[in-house]
Structures are given as structure tokens and as C-alpha cells.
Design a protein around this ligand. Structure first.
Ligand code: SF4
Ligand code: SF4
Ligand code: FES
Length: 473
């Protein structure tokens, strides 16, 4: 394999690798703005200057391919001076308003200015100013902070498949905007805020709600569809403030859709049912478990399980049926029009899948059949869902039956249930899910659940204990 030398370290290079990637492997961080590993290279910010032996001028590392025998310096005097010059130029028009900027604490411009810029300014010209603009429901633009890196324009064209961001006018008057000032149309708009290296494009849902450095981060998987995009839940004080994509080149690369990004809101909905209910009355868990036993003991029951439950939860329900509800049936439900994984497929050309639940393949792997195979339901039906499975798909099959609900529900969803046993949302539990391509992944607990809700396994264990005890007596 060819080798090159970066800051005195010899390192092997793969064909087509640029100097930024090779340097990273060598433990050398080269500052960038316009370069993003998921977008084409345009080399226009000039932040990634390096010195390459035998080349007369400084080179941009993002657009220079590593080659055999190349000797690269990333910390030489010309490089340091070149980067400082770039920073000075980029900050000519910047308002330097980090204390009131939502990006502060996670801003490349702030970090690179601190690491490579100068503490002094040499100009006192008036800066250009623009007013903030809503670019639709997801993104707010503050053009004063823009450094014209064009990452957003390239994201739209190359990833979201929509040419909606453009640079109009030129020079000092340049403006990054949508065509004709229209609101952003893509269903992947949140990624604009992720990739903008400054506070120019920020998430309206997150703005001014929490400083970035206060957030704790939990690496998990989106439950929004069967794609299984990797994401991070960012939270503080047991409250989720935002979800952002995590790189997984095999599944979602660097991106996630807005539906998945904002899906977590239902878990914090003030109308989420958090205490057991018998009809409209709130009851304690002791009574709730007794009611569950009274309604199900010794009977054959139809169990409908959401394909939004984890493998562990589904397997627990199967074991419970085998041990305590012999002769009962179990079927999965999730998305209208997607009964089985053969009905699943791409919902768009980017990431979204038709199945709006995360574990359809997992339910099938456990041998659970779809609700479309349910012929006649028993008089009592137990519906267990994680929170994402479409209740209407289950309920239209079991109209007029006595319903017991377990899992996550909102007030408006429980009017037809006789008994509701509130459970854990995907943000509050650990478990395994299997995506549409058969890739097994783990979801992680980010939030400590309220002590009035219980895991499916705990509810079934309490019910089993009660049955066992009463059998002895
Ligand atoms: S808005 Fe952000 S991503 Fe777009 S060009 Fe400006 S700095 Fe770059
Ligand atoms: S494509 Fe699916 S898994 Fe990925 S972020 Fe969107 S909803 Fe979540
Ligand atoms: S990151 Fe290389 S020129 Fe912008």
C-alpha cells in the first residue's frame, strides 16, 4: 500500500483518500469549513491549508489526494499564517455574537477562530447585516453569521435531492436563500442545521431551549421506521431537547429525516397516560394487575403486539403466553398497508421506509404472524405497543371487544380501552431491534421513566406472580 508522511508520521493511504481523511487516521486534525465527508468537495473556504513538499503554494487538504511519498506539514509557519488569514477574512462580516448564538459550544467557526485565528482585528468597516428569516417550520436563518461554505446548497442538491438553497448576489452582498424565498420543502431539513458550521442555520424546535454544552448524549437508534437510522438523544435534567443523526455509513450515512428527528416529542407529551386506568378512573398498580388477572386468567386471549416493541419485549410476551395463557394467539401490527416485511420498501429515495415501526423484521424473526392473519379475535384483547405502531390498524380488527392496553398511549387514544397499563417509551428502555435489512441494533435508555409506568416484562411478571400465588392459596 502507498505511504505518505504527515507531520513526520508515516501512514498508509487508500486510493482516492484526501489528506483530511489520512491525517485524521494519523491523529492529526485539520480544520475545515466547506468540507463534509458526505458531500462533494469544493475547496472554497481555504481553511484546510497544508504544506506539501515540492508544491510551490499552500494546498487545500480536502481537495488534495494523498499519494505515495507525499510529505505533508500541517503546522508549519506558512500554514499557520495562511489559516489565520482565512479566519480574518471569514470574520470580516461576522457579528461575533457567540454569547447569544444557539450554535455556541458546538460551532466550527468558534472553535477554529479560537484555535487558528487572531485575537485582534485590523479593520473597523461597517459589517453587513440581515434580519433573521424563518425558512419554513424547521430552520431559522441568520445570514449575518454565514461564511458561504455552501454545505447547505450541496446538501439540498446531493442528498435531499432538491435544488432549493442557492447563493444569490456576489461578493460582500452574497445571500444564501431558498429559490424565490420559498419555505424549505425537503423532509430532511433538520440536517441543514447539523451541517451548517456556524450559527446561520439553526433548528427552530431547539433554538434558545438549552446551551449545547449542558446536554448529555445517548447514542441510540431512531424508532421512526424500519430503516434504523443511528441517532443521538440529547437531554438534560431528564428532558429531551433534540435528536441528531449519528454516522453509520452502512445505514443512514450522516443523515436523518425530520419525522424521525422530531418523533420523540410524543414521549414528552403532557397528555401521555402515565398512571394505570380502569375506564376513566386512575387506579394503583396493585388494582391494575388484579384487573389484568381477572380479565385474562384461564382464558384464551388475542394478543396484538406492536412491531415497535423490542425483541426482548416480544419474546417476553411469547413466553408469558406459553406459560400462563396457553392457547392464546399473538399477532403483530404496525403500519397501515405494511402487514409484512414483503410489503415494506423505500418510501423515498433517501432514507425513509414504508414501515413506520422499527422492528417489523424482528417480530417476524420470532415467528409472530401479522394481524392480517387474525381470523376471529377473542372477547378480551390485549394490545401492547411501544408508541409508534398505528393503533387504528389493531383496533379496526377487534371492534366491540374488551380491550386491555399496555405500553405508551396518549389520552385521546384510550377511550375504547377498559384497562390501560402505561409502559416505557423507546427513549426510556434498552433493547434490540432489527431493521429492514436484517441489521440488529441496540436502543439505549436516555431518560429515567416516571415511577408510575412499568416495563412490559414487569407487568407480565407481576401478573404471573399473582396467578401463581392465588393458585397456591
Ligand atoms: S448557511 Fe451555513 S451551511 Fe449554508 S453557506 Fe452559510 S455557513 Fe455554510
Ligand atoms: S428514515 Fe426512518 S429510521 Fe431514519 S430518521 Fe427517518 S424515521 Fe428514523
Ligand atoms: S475545507 Fe478545504 S477548502 Fe474548505
Amino acid at each position: 500500500m502507498p505511504k505518505c508522511t504527515i507531520d513526520g508520521k508515516e501512514i498508509e493511504v487508500k486510493p482516492g483518500e484526501n489528506l483530511i481523511t489520512v491525517a485524521k487516521r494519523a491523529g492529526v486534525d485539520i480544520p475545515v469549513f466547506c468540507y463534509h465527508p458526505g458531500l462533494t468537495v469544493v475547496a472554497q473556504c481555504r481553511m484546510c491549508y497544508v504544506e506539501v513538499e515540492k508544491m510551490p503554494k499552500l494546498q487545500t487538504a480536502c481537495s488534495t489526494m494523498a499519494a505515495e511519498g507525499m510529505v505533508v506539514k500541517t503546522q508549519s509557519d506558512p500554514v499557520v499564517k495562511g489559516r489565520a488569514g482565512t479566519m480574518e477574512f471569514l470574520l470580516l462580516n461576522h457579528p461575533l455574537d457567540c454569547p447569544i448564538c444557539d450554535k455556541a459550544g458546538e460551532c466550527d467557526l468558534q472553535d477554529n477562530s479560537y484555535g487558528h485565528g487572531s485575537a485582534y482585528m485590523r479593520h473597523s468597516e461597517e459589517r453587513r447585516t440581515y434580519v433573521d428569516v424563518d425558512m419554513g417550520p424547521v430552520i431559522e436563518k441568520n445570514m449575518n453569521r454565514c461564511i458561504h461554505c455552501t454545505r447547505c446548497i450541496r446538501f439540498g442538491e446531493e442528498v435531499a435531492g432538491i435544488h432549493e438553497m442557492v447563493a444569490i448576489k456576489r461578493g460582500n452582498n452574497i445571500d444564501i436563500t431558498t429559490i424565490d424565498g420559498n419555505p424549505l420543502k425537503t423532509e430532511y431539513a433538520g440536517n441543514y442545521a447539523d451541517i451548517c458550521p456556524t450559527g446561520s442555520l439553526t433548528l427552530r424546535d431547539f433554538r434558545f431551549r438549552k446551551r449545547a454544552w449542558m446536554l448529555k448524549k445517548t447514542a441510540t437508534v431512531c424508532e421512526g421506521c424500519s430503516k434504523g437510522c443511528n441517532m443521538e438523544i440529547q437531554h438534560e435534567g431528564n428532558v429531551i431537547y433534540r435528536c441528531v443523526p449519528r454516522e453509520n455509513l452502512e445505514i443512514n450515512k450522516h443523515w436523518m429525516c425530520d419525522e424521525g428527528r422530531f418523533n420523540y416529542h410524543y414521549t414528552q407529551d403532557p397528555t401521555r397516560v402515565l398512571t394505570p386506568r380502569s375506564g376513566e378512573a386512575t387506579i394503583g398498580w396493585e388494582n391494575a394487575i388484579q384487573n389484568l388477572k381477572d380479565l385474562t386468567d384461564g382464558k384464551k386471549i388475542t394478543f396484538l403486539v406492536g412491531s415497535d416493541l423490542t425483541q426482548e419485549e416480544l419474546a417476553t410476551v411469547q413466553e408469558y403466553i406459553n406459560a400462563y395463557q396457553k392457547g392464546s394467539s399473538i399477532h403483530h401490527f404496525g403500519t397501515d398497508g405494511v402487514s409484512e416485511s414483503v410489503d415494506d420498501g423505500q418510501a423515498d429515495k433517501i432514507l425513509k421506509m414504508k414501515s413506520k415501526t422499527s422492528n417489523l423484521s424482528g417480530a417476524e424473526k420470532l415467528g409472530i404472524k401479522s394481524i392480517s392473519h387474525l381470523k376471529t379475535a377473542t372477547d378480551v384483547v390485549v394490545v401492547i405497543r411501544g408508541g409508534r405502531a398505528d393503533l387504528n390498524v389493531a383496533l379496526k380488527q377487534v371492534q366491540g371487544k374488551k380491550l386491555i392496553g399496555m405500553g405508551v398511549f396518549l389520552e385521546k387514544e384510550i377511550s375504547t380501552f377498559s384497562l390501560v397499563l402505561p409502559g416505557l417509551a423507546f427513549t426510556e428502555k434498552e433493547g434490540t431491534i432489527i431493521n429492514h435489512a436484517g441489521i440488529e441494533q441496540k436502543i439505549k435508555r436516555a431518560i429515567v421513566p416516571k415511577n408510575t409506568v412499568k416495563a412490559v416484562s414487569e407487568v407480565l411478571m407481576l401478573a404471573a406472580n399473582k396467578k401463581a400465588k392465588e393458585a397456591v392459596v
